[in-house]
Design a protein around this ligand. Structure first.
Ligand code: FES
Ligand code: MG
Length: 576
């Protein structure tokens, strides 16, 4: 606690606990009902630990223990810790897609913090959507908050080979379908690929997002690189508990940390990591919550300037454990130093420059120098053209360079079921030059914009040795996957985007260098097709999904709800 700390009675929790009316009595009485003594919680800052632990969230299996480490430190630092469970969003076990619930978690976080006597928050998450979900809510709430990332799992190993979560699932699935591995080997892989607590060990969406928010100053420096299974990870969680108490007294809020500079630092880190395309959606959503201007064009401009330096799957060949041993995010940020806004503030109260001072790289193959990037292509290219007037994205660094300039005939799948039904049909007239198109897979159309964008290669082409093709959709793609997949086409087909007008046999042209995606059909013909087009009726008219379909914005706008973007939090509830 420093000498300039704010007065105790300015803490929002005191308006619950120190209130002398009948409700104040009830707040104190009911807290003692849980076995706490008055002196254990009175006149102390209250820290809400928002925990996305659940028994169906394997990446977060250790977060219950980490919450205990946070609590230990909060007690030691003179605070009162309270753990609040929130929707866990375990990426793999949630159907149809966690993206449907990212905004749910964001709303839940904001409302948990708003409606309870909480002065500051420690956010426990890391599996893909949980980082943006928790932070979107905390940014809107704008009380002191620190993100405690779950940390990546250890390297996977099988038959002497290194395995990356997600990336190798798809690779070996293709090998199984083409007969190169046996069913027994496939079953054996189940228990070998993901062998410890923690988030995917590849540069999937989880590590992309936790590293980005680390670079934006929302975690303790370098916290995102600590493997979940390392005891240093538990100590980091404990340090979050100590630091949040100081942040409460300093009144250091997300709005004091998040500026356009910090978002651009996040974007630069994203590109140097060769991060997941999902980050393009989440970063824009976070920026809008923080009232910071950030567009797809900004991300494209950053991508042109920053090469992929992290040699991690799926763009490279190492895993997050190797990244940590090579120096972790601090080492990467040192490499990027000349490109970063170094005076950006962080949760430490210091500048980014001060936070990364002393970080060193111990392996130049894992974290490459600027003159030895891991590939020629950028982590992200934003494409525009008559097929994607508001933009689409491609992860250039994880795509076949031979397809970066390609013209081919479309094979259109009207929705995901149509794709499943026909993709392996031996009668499908498809060649390696065809362009596979999937529509009605976007935010409103699917709904929830699932990770269907890495459309499977038709079985008959797999048998011929084809491993990549040009694929286009309004869906997303897992950050752990790879391939020449044009994603996030906006506007999506379900709201009448041009993707809705494509027909089998139409020629489509991709030119990544020119950032162009063109449907080679005349404007007159497209106008005729549009006149015949009928909007699909919303498929779901009940519950949260109906609310989602009504309020979700397009991918280029971050897929947040229109009623949550930019708006000011309603503040502390005044009604008793
Ligand atoms: Fe949780 Fe990949 S499934 S991070
Ligand atoms: Mg993922």
């Amino acid at each position: 606690m420093n000498s300039t700390h704010r007065p105790l009675d300015s803490l929002r929790s005191q308006r619950w606990y120190d209130s002398q009316d009948m409700r104040g009595f009830a707040h104190r009485q009911r807290t003692q009902q849980m076995g706490l003594r008055r002196e254990e919680f009175m006149h102390k800052p209250v820290v809400g630990i928002i925990n996305t632990w659940s028994e169906l969230s394997p990446c977060h299996a250790h977060l219950r223990n980490r919450a205990e480490a946070v609590k230990r430190a909060v007690w030691t630092a003179g605070g009162f810790p309270v753990e609040l469970p929130a929707m866990s969003l375990g990426e793999v076990l949630v159907k149809p897609t966690t993206m449907l619930y990212r905004n749910f978690l964001a709303m839940e976080t904001e409302e948990l913090l708003r409606s309870h006597p909480i002065d500051g928050a420690v956010l426990l998450g890391g599996c893909d959507k949980t980082s943006p979900g928790l932070l979107m809510g905390a940014i809107s709430m704008n009380i002191p908050a620190i993100f405690c990332p779950a940390g990546p799992m250890l390297n996977g190993k099988w038959k002497g080979k290194t395995l990356g979560a997600g990336t190798h699932t798809r690779k070996y699935w293709d090998e199984l379908r083409s007969g190169n591995i046996t069913q027994e080997e496939w079953v054996d892989l189940e228990s070998r690929m993901t062998r410890s607590n923690g988030t995917c060990n590849t540069m999937g969406t989880a590590s992309t997002m936790t590293s980005i928010v680390d670079a934006m100053g929302l975690t303790l420096p370098g916290a995102s690189s600590l493997p979940a299974a390392d005891s240093a990870h538990t100590r980091m969680a404990s340090a979050c508990g100590s630091r949040i108490i100081e942040m409460i007294w300093e009144d250091l809020k997300p709005s004091d940390i998040l500026t356009r500079d910090s978002f651009l630092n996040g974007a630069r880190t994203y590109m140097a990591l060769g991060g997941s395309t999902n980050a393009a959606v989440h970063l824009i959503a976070l920026a809008r919550r923080a009232n910071v201007e950030l567009t797809l064009d900004d991300l494209d401009a950053v991508a042109r300037e920053i090469p992929v330096l992290s040699n991690i799957f799926p763009s490279g060949e190492y895993l997050m454990e190797d990244f940590y041993y090579a120096g972790g995010l601090g080492a990467l940020l040192q490499r990027l130093k000349s490109k970063l806004a170094l005076n950006a503030r962080t949760v430490t109260g210091r500048t980014l420059e001060e936070d990364i001072a002393g970080a060193e790289c111990y392996n130049d193959d894992v974290i490459r120098p600027f003159d030895k990037p891991i590939c020629a292509g950028a982590a992200l290219a934003v494409l525009k053209g008559n097929l994607a007037p508001n933009g689409a994205v491609i992860k250039h660094s994880a795509a076949d360079p031979k397809l970066a300039r390609h013209r081919g005939k479309a094979i259109v799948f009207d929705n995901h079921q149509d794709l499943v039904d026909r993709i392996d049909d031996p009668a499908l007239e498809v060649t390696a030059d065809s362009v596979l198109v999937l529509r009605n897979a976007g935010p409103k159309g699917a709904p929830g914009m699932p990770e269907w964008g890495a459309l499977p290669i038709p079985r008959k082409l797999l048998a011929q040795g084809v491993r990549d093709m040009l694929r286009i959709s309004d869906a997303r793609m897992s950050g752990t996957h790879y391939g020449t997949c044009v994603l996030h086409v906006a506007p999506e087909s379900a709201v009448g985007g041009p993707l809705a007008l494509v027909r089998d046999g139409d020629e489509i042209e991709l030119d990544v260098d020119a950032r162009r995606l063109q449907l080679c059909v005349s404007d007159d013909e497209l106008a005729r097709r549009r006149a015949d087009w009928q909007a699909p009726s919303p498929r779901i008219d009940r519950g949260y999904t109906a609310i989602f379909q009504e309020h979700v914005t397009q991918a280029d706008q971050g897929c947040d709800f229109d009623i949550l973007q930019n708006g000011q939090n309603q503040g502390e509830p005044q009604i008793f």
